[in-house]
Design a protein around this ligand. Structure first.
Ligand code: IDP
Ligand code: MG
Length: 169
């Protein structure tokens, strides 16, 4: 039986600064998954904190927020993508490699291009969702329903100032 999934990928500011975008997209295309949404995002502090809320008590959290916002790399943006297809979450995680770039398989994206800063932060060039509930939460956080070319999750119509648009239900 097919296990069709969607997963959020972020090319983090170090990936952009190191000119790895094309390279990372080429690696991801080896999975034969489909890109179903993509955009460049200026990351607010609120968005960064919501994305990494599960790490808010870690000592590296303030540095991590600055990292995702691009403040450590003079690149105040990330490239956000949604990949869809069979076993999308695991396929992308495998290719991304372990969180710690020193422990990641050296042929993985993080193993190839990541580093640990002198402050101890893992700069690992890419984010990838770890499971289905995380993927859903993250995709809904980063994308509006109309920005994704397929209907992934339940959405509803919202009317505000005489304009109607779709929001996550
Ligand atoms: P993941 O990105 O592999 O899912 P998470 O535990 O969700 O790993 O952590 C989010 C990000 O926080 C990592 O990608 C990395 O940039 C950073 N990070 C996680 N754990 C550590 C740590 O122990 N030291 C320094 N940075 C970390
Ligand atoms: Mg994670």
């Amino acid at each position: 039986m097919k296990n069709t999934q969607a997963t959020l990928v972020l090319i983090k500011p170090d990936g952009l600064k190191k000119s790895l975008t094309g390279n990372i997209l080429a690696r991801l295309s080896e999975t034969k998954l489909e890109i179903i949404a993509a955009k460049v995002v200026r990351v607010s502090k609120e968005l960064a904190e919501q994305h990494y809320y599960h790490l808010k008590d870690k000592p590296f959290f303030p540095e991590l927020i600055k990292y995702l916002q691009g403040e450590l790399h003079d690149r105040k943006k990330v490239l956000a993508l949604v990949y869809g297809g069979e076993d999308a979450i695991n396929k992308v995680r495998q290719l991304a490699g372990a969180t710690n770039p020193e422990e990641a398989d050296p042929t993985s994206i993080r193993g190839s291009y990541g580093r640990i800063t002198t402050k101890g932060l893992y700069e690992n060039v890419i984010h990838a969702s770890t499971n289905e509930s995380e993927a859903e939460r993250e995709i809904k956080l980063w994308f509006l329903p109309e920005e994704i070319i397929v209907d992934l999750y339940h959405a509803k119509i919202k009317t505000q100032d005489q304009c109607t648009h779709r929001v996550w239900a």
